[in-house]
Design a protein around this ligand. Structure first.
Ligand SMILES: [Zn+2]
Length: 450
């Protein structure tokens, strides 16, 4: 199903353009239209497969080759007689040189080897990077006709035309695909996402999306689960970098949180619950960004013992010296400086009129931060330290309403505005297939656990 989905995205992207392809798939996938889409796209899948599964074809017997040849020939070479040659794709192995790579691609072409070795613009090929792929068109006599190699974000093309061999490098045309994953938390968000094959970029986005509801430093428990639908940029079938999370759900201590991305104008968008409430709240749960460094929950597990809370009046976040501290809400700096009651270097922010947040023991302040400075939610205001009455580097964080201490992990936070009535119909059209995908992921994940 996953592969089928990817193929549809790839096929649509290729034939109707990247953006509309993505949108179409977003609308079709997971809905009843899915079958119809497969049928419609089917004629194209043959073409996509010629690119998409090329890495597998090389391990198969030679007799497979003519099929690949016929489908993958670029239209541009149709001028004149058909070119005698076949396409082959190889993954670069550790220790590969230009010579060994060309040999594995089936080339027996000393002239091309000599030329490429002497060409500065083909530098990336002199020591090809392990794990990348090269695709080449080779004649039955072993002459190199064309070669493609991805060099970082660029695409290197080698072409034999007329008498000579040309080398050109241009930005790779990335293809956007929508992927889905589910995972269960055993020790931390990052280890779970590693196990599921999700990149750090996606794990960090997840933590960020749910950061107003879940304090990822303290609230995570073994057995928590999440599913995510996200974009991934590919270059000829290879994942290159993660895009945006489109939808996600997180089950934390039995409570289900869901978020879908909705772009409400040309440039801006945000995360909402499926019924259109804004995920963003006036305050984040945690002033410290969830990172790989602080990903374990067992050591910093919070015990909400009332006595401890009352005596302490705040929450301590153990974090390495210099870790960034972010403003939990939009506000104005009321105090930034040395405090002599034990807070050490202290920042106090005022939000609207009733709320203040306190950040103590800082090693330093954000540049230019002083009384009266406006700060936005998530903006860095200072760095973790051990100034004042602190035995080791940690952040002491307080949340007060009308100067009365509150437990920031328990207090109900006011939300940002919901989807407007005007945008609601568009929102529902966009969001429905995403919600269906999350549902599907949840049920398949549960089925696997049974
Ligand atoms: Zn403290």
């Amino acid at each position: 199903m996953q592969q089928e989905h990817n193929m549809i995205v790839a096929a649509l992207s290729r034939f109707v353009g990247r953006e509309s392809g993505k949108l179409l798939v977003r609308r079709i996938a997971g809905s009843k239209l899915c079958r119809a889409a497969v049928a419609v796209v089917l004629p194209f899948i043959g073409v996509v497969a010629a690119f998409g599964i090329a890495p597998d074809t090389v391990t198969e017997p030679r007799k497979q080759t003519p099929v690949v040849l016929e489908l993958a020939l670029p239209a541009s070479s149709s001028a004149g007689a058909p070119v005698e040659g076949y396409w082959r794709e190889e993954r670069v192995l550790h220790g590969d040189t230009l010579a060994t790579l060309l040999a594995r691609l089936g080339a027996d072409d000393p002239e091309a080897l000599r030329h490429l070795r002497a060409t500065r613009s083909a530098r990336a090929l002199h020591q090809p990077a392990a794990g990348r792929t090269a695709r080449a068109q080779i004649t039955t006599e072993g002459q190199l006709l064309e070669l493609h190699y991805r060099n970082g974000a660029n695409h290197l093309t080698v072409k034999r035309d007329g008498g000579g061999i040309s080398v050109a490098e241009h930005p790779a045309e990335l293809e956007l695909r929508v992927l889905m994953k589910s995972a269960e938390i055993r020790t931390s968000l990052f280890s779970a996402s590693d196990a599921a094959g999700l990149s750090d970029a996606i794990a960090t986005q997840l933590a960020d999306i749910f950061s107003t509801d879940i304090d990822f430093h303290r609230d995570l428990r073994r057995g928590d689960r999440f599913s995510v639908v996200y974009e991934m940029f590919h270059d000829r079938g290879e994942p290159v970098r993660a895009g945006r999370v489109l939808a996600a759900e997180f089950i934390n201590v039995g409570r289900l949180y869901r978020a879908v991305y909705f772009q409400y104008d040309e440039k801006r968008g945000g995360y909402y619950t499926p019924d259109g409430r804004n995920i963003r709240k006036a305050f984040l749960r945690s002033p410290i960004e969830y990172s790989r460094i602080s990903s374990g929950f067992s050591s910093s597990r919070f015990h909400p013992i009332l006595g401890t809370w009352r005596a302490h009046n705040g929450i301590d976040y153990a974090a390495p010296h210099g870790t960034r501290i972010r403003a939990t809400g939009d506000g104005v700096v009321e105090f930034a400086g040395r405090d002599h009651r034990g807070y050490g270097n202290l920042v106090v922010l005022r939000h609207q009129s009733r709320y203040t947040t306190w950040y103590g023991h800082l090693s330093g302040f954000a540049k230019g931060l002083r009384k009266g400075t406006r700060v936005a939610q998530s903006e860095t205001i200072g760095y973790v330290g051990a100034t004042g009455l602190a035995t080791g580097p940690h952040l002491h964080y307080e949340f007060r309403i009308n100067d009365v201490h509150q437990n920031p992990l328990r207090v109900v936070m006011p939300a940002a505005p919901p989807i407007s009535a005007e945008l609601k119909p568009a929102f529902e059209v966009e969001v429905e297939p995403l919600v269906q995908q999350l549902k599907l992921l949840r049920s398949t994940h549960l089925a696997r656990l049974d």
